[in-house]
Design a protein around this ligand. Structure first.
Ligand code: TNX
Length: 575
């Protein structure tokens, strides 16, 4: 059965394996630790394929049901799910025994044989990750919402895989524009595909309060009644919120709720006059200014308010973290900010939860189990460095690398740009383990890509900003730095597009990625591929990103398609 090691290229160059086989291995994102191709071990799903899950494990069964649902929807096969038995090893097996211990808490092994696919892990989280890999190994039609005809073959592979960082997160701001439960579930589905395992919900901000708090009902009935631009806003009832938490948990995603304070609190201050130092409620705000609001640090009622809110939010939170914001508190003096945090952090800890906060919290005396979230565009921060030195873990979301609300380039209609443009390559080429001075790999909890929503209204907007950057940051969080290579990644990312087409995702067709062209499948360009190090003269023709380009004058290192109308390369169309 001679295995062939597939390196960072993820098997793109593998040989076709008999008539009707799809060429090579499908591209995988995030790139697994090791993928060995096993020609002759491919498995064809059929109407008799079943799923067998570790006997006695309700969690493994849930993962099996999740996979069955996807397969039934697209293949139309019945795909029954039952207990695994040692005597029948055919079909799709999801097992919690005999995994190589190297896979750890979240990793898995996936092996195909002509009789089936076996995924082994130590925990259900690993099985779930293995199932996401299996989805990418199947033809893109597996994502179809209706029964489709396709060659339901899984290529012969042996994969061992586990993440670099245990905490891989996305953030969604439901405060600037309210995003109802359906939008959130949709986002969870997209994130889960790329092995993201946390969802940070930015639940409160100046423009709206989005989570029901029984002891302070006007926070939502009044404070949730509008949003950026003046639309009707909205909020999650506790039942809505529980529904999100459960939906996420079914996809092995833990929800981290954020109550942003002491700044970003205009909606709360507008809802309750008595929370203001002067006793006067400000009007609701629908603009996107930041840094003007602050809870009243000297007021005893402020801490009763915080304790009530945190208690009710903690009750809704099975996960270990509560995020207390703490960013951009420009209307709070440094002394007041430190005093506020010294009183609020113990309130959170009294509920048994761990504190997360934007990195400004590290300017105060935070406990070592509090997690500062680094969002700066700079690569040094004294407070964060000192917290890490004392043993704190840091969550990495540098704005110029991970902010999904930022414009890709000058032509992007949506988004902000205070941290500069954030193209796909920017989100890929950085290393969380060495990004911040004095904060080493062992101090990094993980990586997050935040989606602030000042300009983001619809699910189409969300998709456009998140794809393809969300999968890129997801790979930064999952795959070891030594195994990551931009030239390889862009090809694998291009390979994801076929799945996104089936899902009807509104993704941004970055000129940095060689997207497949349905009429001109990749590989039919005859001109030599553009190379960043080659010197080209006027008239030279290259192929790049599935298109042909002619140089207008001498050039080196300037990528075709990135410099617009006045660039050196003339676009001759797709090839
Ligand atoms: C800064 S990042 C903010 C948010 C904005 C975002 C827009 C951070 C911790 N605070 O209030 O929505 O920029 O990119």
């Amino acid at each position: 059965m001679g295995g062939m090691m597939v390196g960072a290229a993820g098997g793109l160059a593998a040989e076709p394996d008999g008539p009707g086989a799809r060429e090579g291995l499908p591209s995988l994102v995030p790139l697994p630790v090791s993928v060995e191709e096993r020609s002759g071990a491919k498995f064809a799903l059929g109407s008799d394929t079943d799923i067998r899950t570790e006997a006695g494990s309700a969690e493994a069964r849930r993962v099996g049901e999740h996979l069955a649902e996807i397969l039934r929807r697209s293949t139309g096969y019945p795909v029954p799910v039952s207990d695994a038995s040692p005597t029948d090893t055919s079909g799709i097996q999801l097992l919690l025994a005999d995994a190589d211990p190297v896979v750890g808490e979240q990793g898995y092994q996936l092996d195909t044989s002509p009789d089936g696919v076996t995924i082994r892990a130590e925990h259900a989280a690993g099985l779930f990750s293995g199932v996401q890999t299996l989805r990418q190994l199947l033809p893109p039609e597996v994502e179809s919402a209706t029964v489709t005809d396709a060659d339901w073959t899984v290529p012969g592979v042996s994969i061992t895989d586990y993440p670099r960082f245990g905490h891989r997160s996305v953030m969604l701001d439901v405060a600037r524009h309210f995003h109802p439960v359906d939008h959130v579930k949709h986002y969870i589905d997209q994130a889960a595909r790329y092995k993201v395992n946390h969802l940070h919900l930015h639940l409160t901000d100046d423009q709206g309060w989005r989570i029901q708090i029984d002891s302070w009902p006007r926070l939502t009935t009044y404070g949730g009644s509008t949003q950026v631009g003046g639309g009707p806003g909205g909020y999650f009832t506790k039942d809505d919120y529980r529904e999100i938490v459960e939906y996420a948990a079914d996809r092995h995603i833990t929800v981290v709720p954020e109550i942003d304070m002491p700044g970003h609190t205009n909606a709360a201050l507008a809802s309750y006059a008595e929370l203001n130092c002067d006793g006067i409620a400000p009007p609701l705000r629908t603009d996107i200014e930041v840094g003007y609001s602050s809870l009243c640090v000297d007021l005893p009622l402020t801490y009763e308010f915080v304790a009530d809110v945190i208690r009710e939010v903690a009750e809704l939170t099975p996960g270990p973290y509560i995020h207390i914001g703490g960013d951009e508190a420009d209307a709070t003096t440094d002394e007041d900010y430190a005093l506020f945090m010294s009183r609020v952090i113990p309130i959170v800890e009294a509920t048994g939860k761990q504190v997360m906060g934007w990195h400004e919290i590290a300017n105060t005396d935070i406990p070592t189990d509090a997690v500062p979230q680094f969002w700066s565009t700079s690569t040094s921060h004294e407070g964060v460095r000192a917290a890490a030195e004392r043993g704190a873990k840091v969550l990495m979301s540098p704005a110029n690398k991970t902010y999904l609300d930022h414009k890709y380039d000058a032509t992007t209609q949506l988004g902000l740009q205070w941290a500069g443009f954030v193209e796909v390559r920017d989100t890929y080429e950085w290393d969380p383990g060495i990004h911040v001075e004095g904060v080493s790999e062992s101090s990094i909890l993980g990586v997050e890509s935040p989606l602030f929503t000042e300009t983001i209204v619809t699910t189409d907007d969300m998709e456009y900003m998140a794809f393809p950057r969300l999968p890129s940051v997801a790979e930064v969080g999952w795959t070891r730095a030594e195994a990551r290579d931009w030239d390889d990644f862009r090809l694998r990312l291009a390979g994801q597009a076929a799945h996104w087409e089936v899902l009807d995702l509104n993704f941004y067709r970055s000129p940095q990625i060689p997207w497949p062209d349905a009429e001109h499948p990749p590989g039919t360009c005859s001109a030599p591929a553009w190379s960043a190090t080659e010197v080209y003269l006027a008239g030279d023709v290259v192929s790049h990103a599935g298109r042909e380009w002619t140089a207008k004058w001498w050039t080196r290192g300037e990528q075709p398609g990135t410099t617009g109308e006045w660039g050196v390369w003339r676009d001759e169309g797709s090839c």
